[in-house]
Each structure stands twice: as C-alpha cells, then as structure tokens.
Design a protein around this ligand. Structure first.
Ligand SMILES: NC(=O)c1ccc[n+]([C@@H]2O[C@H](COP(=O)([O-])OP(=O)(O)OC[C@H]3O[C@@H](n4cnc5c(N)ncnc54)[C@H](OP(=O)(O)O)[C@@H]3O)[C@@H](O)[C@H]2O)c1
Length: 349
C-alpha cells in the first residue's frame, strides 16, 4: 500500500461561538489509511442540529481544539487499509472495497478530528454503512442519523414492527429531520401517529406524514392537541426532544402504561416531575441517545437492518442542499428552524 499523504480540507473552530464567527475552512494532510481504516471522499453531508449546538458549546464538549464537526455523510472509498483489530467490527452489509459508495455511522467517528464537514476523511471501517441502492447521495446522507436515533427511540418506547399496530405515537418537533423518520417508520409499522410543530406553515406537510398534526408551542396547546387527536384517551408512546416546555403536558396526556422517551432538551434542563401521575398511570420515562445501540451490537444490527428494509418507506425529506463552502450560513439557517426535513451540504465538484 502506498504511504502517500492526501490533501484534505475541513471546517474547523478554535473556540465556541456563532458558526459565522468561529468556523474556518482549513487544509491538512491525511496519511494513507492504516489497519481498519478507509479514506473516503465525501459527496454529500447531512446536517444535524447537534452541529449548530456543538460549535456554540451546547453539545458534548470538544475533545480538543481545533475541532472539526459533522457526523453524517455519503462518499466513495478511495483507499482501504488492511482489516483491523478494532473491537467494533464493520457491519457485514457494508461494501468494503475501493470505489464503493458508503455512508458514515454517526457516533462511531471522531467528530473532533474527522468530523464530516470536509471534502475527504479517514474513518474506521467499522464506522461505514451501506447506502440503499434506490437512494441518491443526498438522500443517503440524510438516512442513518435518523434511523439510529428514531429507530432506537421507537424500540425503547415499545414501538417495533411487531408491536406498533394499534398504538398511538406522539412525535413532538416532528418537522425535524429526526421527527420525519419517526413518523415514517411508525406509520410503516402500523402505529397511529400524532405530529406537532410550533409552525402553522409546516402543517400542510405534516398532515400528509401523520394521522394527526397540530400546532403546539407550550404545554397547554400540546395537551389540547393530544386530547383532540385521541378523544381524550392519550398517547401510548411519545418521542420528545423539546423537554421542559412540553413535559407537564406529556405526563398529563399519557395513557395508562405509556412510555415517554426524551432524546434532547431543546427548551432547557429543568422541569417539575409530577411523580404522583407517573406512579398512578404506570408511566415509563426514558432517556435516549444513539450511544445505547452503539453499546449493544445485537440492538445496533436490528436498528440498522430497519434502515435497509424500510428504506423506501422512510425516504428522507430533503429541505434543501447548500454548498459545503457556505456551511456557516447553512448552520445559521438550521438554527432558525424554518426548514422541514434535512439540510444537506454538497462539496464543490
Ligand atoms: N439523543 C440523540 O442521540 C440525538 C441524536 C440526533 C438528534 N438528536 C436531537 O434531535 C433533535 C432534532 O435534530 P434535527 O437535527 O433533526 O433538528 P432540526 O432538523 O434542526 O429540527 C429541530 C426542530 O426542533 C423544533 N424546535 C427548535 N427549537 C424549539 C423550541 N425552542 N421549542 C420547541 N421546538 C423547537 C423545530 O421544529 P418546529 O419549528 O417545527 O416546532 C425544529 O425544526 C435535536 O434536538 C437533536 O439534538 C438527539
């Protein structure tokens, strides 16, 4: 194998701040891939809210500075190191050969040194996934974070292909790239879906994706929407990234035995917990991150399998594509939350 280095470029930052103020496009060189590694030229990069937060110091802390950012992308393997001894093995479904089209497995790349806002990167082979044949690169770059996050959160909430039928699932912030995947997966499995957004203008699209869609911006409007959609009976499972602003209504509006899975805290950390209602209604309150399946190989395999099996049913909604060279502006746009679905960055051809 050649020991040549490859010139790469990546967005990096030296300290936290607004994306436009702190991000800069820098050049560095990458060595030839070592054992268990692959050099991947990226063709499309999926944007996630965590990146907007990460740059501003509101996500997991940067391991060191300068730091890169980005966790989700599709690209082509341009060089492959020999098989590695890594604890985490490459997924058996991943095509590991030069020229193969692959995606990144969020959570298994070192965000700090090889974050995906770049043109070419060196990744563990265990961090590579297949792209469904029927997807273009942009769709492929918008698939796996949603599958890993929402597939795992659904499983934790007791909504799976075998158990979903007849269950009422509440998806808050449903216009997010995550929310759309949850709605599509749950619908494909036969659940009845309730979708919320703060925005009236997003209702037209959400109405097509969910059985019930309604505007909710606080606990009162959320409770009223759930009651109307369920004839006052409440939901059986909820996936929620909003947190404090919605929590009292979710507990009050849950059916007996319901599960509430929190996977972010967009409106702050603290919320009073009405423990009597939790107890009397026999509720399960769970927290979820993608690190749950990443710690459990059998669960990970099951969730990733859903990504391929249901690929056509969960084809991502692409809110728009932006040039990778405009990543700071695109992050500010993502922060304004006017989009529905996934924003995707494209490197210059
Ligand atoms: N736990 C995990 O492992 C994990 C993994 C991936 C993502 N996440 C989280 O999942 C969430 C969605 O990620 P994404 O990349 O799909 O985000 P996104 O596309 O940017 O969508 C986020 C949505 O959240 C809603 N929102 C924003 N601020 C809000 C506020 N103050 N109150 C209520 N709703 C608000 C907005 O919807 P409306 O304007 O339509 O209301 C917005 O469109 C993020 O919070 C992200 O951090 C967690």
């Amino acid at each position: 194998m050649s020991q040549q280095t490859t010139t790469a470029h990546a967005w990096q930052f030296d300290g936290y701040g607004r994306p436009r103020e702190v991000l800069s496009w820098r050049q560095h060189s990458l060595p030839a891939p070592g054992p268990g590694q692959a050099l991947v030229r990226l063709h499309a990069i999926g944007m996630n809210r965590s990146e907007f937060n990460y740059v501003q110091g509101r996500y997991q802390p940067a391991r060191e500075f300068p730091s890169c950012l980005g966790q989700e992308a599709v690209g082509e393997i341009v060089a492959l190191g020999p098989a590695g001894q890594d604890d985490a093995a490459a997924w058996s479904q991943t095509p590991l050969e030069v020229g193969a089209r692959v995606a990144l497995l969020p959570g298994r790349i070192d965000l700090c040194s090889t974050g995906a806002y770049r043109d070419i990167g060196c990744y563990p082979q265990a961090a590579l996934l297949p792209v469904p044949d029927t997807y273009n690169d942009v769709e492929g770059a918008a698939l796996w974070m949603g599958v890993l996050t929402m597939g795992g959160a659904l499983e934790l909430a007791g909504i799976t292909p075998d158990t979903a039928a007849g269950k009422r699932l509440l998806v808050t912030a449903a216009s997010s790239s995550m929310g759309v995947v949850a709605l599509k997966l749950a619908r494909a499995w036969g659940a009845t879906t309730l979708a919320t957004s703060r925005s009236e203008t997003k209702m037209a699209t959400l109405t097509g994706l969910a059985d019930h869609a309604f505007v909710a911006s606080d606990s009162d409007s959320l409770a009223a929407g759930i009651a109307a959609a369920t004839d006052g009976e409440g939901f059986d499972a909820a996936l929620d990234p909003v947190g404090a602003a919605f929590y009292p209504a979710m507990v009050a509006s849950a059916a007996v035995g319901a599960s509430i899975v929190s996977y972010e805290l967009i409106t702050g950390q603290d919320t009073p917990l009405p423990i009597a209602k939790v107890m009397i209604k026999d509720l399960a309150l769970r927290g979820y991150t993608i690190y749950r399946p990443l710690r459990q190989p059998v669960l990970l395999e099951r969730i990733l399998g859903w990504g391929l099996e249901y690929a056509d049913a969960i084809r991502p909604i692409i809110a728009g594509t932006r040039s990778l060279s405009d990543a700071p502006d695109a992050l500010e746009e993502l922060g304004r939350a006017e989009h529905l679905g996934k924003l995707v960055l494209l490197p210059e051809a």
